[in-house]
Write a protein that binds this ligand. Structure first.
Ligand code: PGA
Length: 233
């Protein structure tokens, strides 16, 4: 089974830069399944750039409803039209800065699936929760709320400990592997689980060697050509 690399470009790049980077990545011979998640405005251009390659497209969020009075939201049907196959949901930055909750994430997950998008649902504990030894209890709760009435065959999970995102302090690969095993046995359906949080060119192999780590969600390192090129090889 090919390992999966999701490049989460967050709001790092202008549309023009995103298209340029996608064009360069397309020429890299890669052994992994590669998914690019640019910002909304770059979806169309990046999609066109990669359409003759096997790189796939993801959005960074989606609304929980169809066309209507939702200022600032984006509809799943538009994402489908732009050939998006995946959508990242419940990212900790959405929860922290934009007050999303797992209840609303659940609505987004359900609507995404109804429209044949594959949600990549993010879960992760914060440092306090980790230090107090309650990480699994927190993760289990997040999974149960986000995935209520959801077919676990139709999603992927990204385990992203909040304290590891953008900090340069990645989770220990052996510990991440254990948590992934817990998540997999809790969900029971062979759901793929990616790791995210300070993955870079120096540590990615240590994660990908682990049995329960099906792939990586890469943020900062995914907009650096020399790093992402190496990671997807
Ligand atoms: P990072 O971000 O790789 O920059 O830590 C990962 C993510 O937020 O998806």
């Amino acid at each position: 089974m090919k390992k999966i690399i999701v490049a989460n470009w967050k709001m790092y790049l202008s549309t023009q830069k995103a298209i340029l980077l996608a064009g360069k990545l397309k020429t890299v011979v890669h052994t992994k399944k590669v998914i690019i998640a640019p910002s909304y405005t770059a979806l169309s251009g990046v999609g066109r750039t990669i359409e003759d390659s096997d790189i796939e497209l993801a959005a960074q969020n989606v609304s929980w409803d169809g066309y209507g009075a939702y200022t600032g939201e984006v509809c799943a049907l538009d994402l489908k039209e732009l050939k998006c196959k995946y959508v990242i949901l419940g990212h900790s930055e959405r929860r922290k800065h934009f007050k999303e909750t797992y209840e609303t994430v659940n609505k987004r997950v359900q609507f995404a699936i109804k429209n044949k998008l594959i949600p990549i649902v993010c879960v992760g504990e914060n440092l306090r929760e980790r230090r107090s030894g309650h990480a699994w209890r927190v993760l289990k709760h997040q999974l149960d709320v986000a995935l209520k009435r959801v077919d676990k065959h139709k999603i992927m999970i990204a385990y992203e400990p909040i304290w590891a995102i953008g900090t340069g302090h990645a989770e220990d690969p052996a510990d991440a592997n254990k948590i992934h095993a817990h998540i997999k046995s809790h969900l029971k359906n062979g759901t793929k689980v990616l790791y995210g949080g300070s993955v870079n060119v120096l540590n990615y192999k240590k994660f990908l060697q682990r049995k329960n780590i099906d792939g990586l969600l890469v943020g900062g390192a995914s907009v650096k050509l020399n790093q992402i090129k190496e990671i997807i090889k």
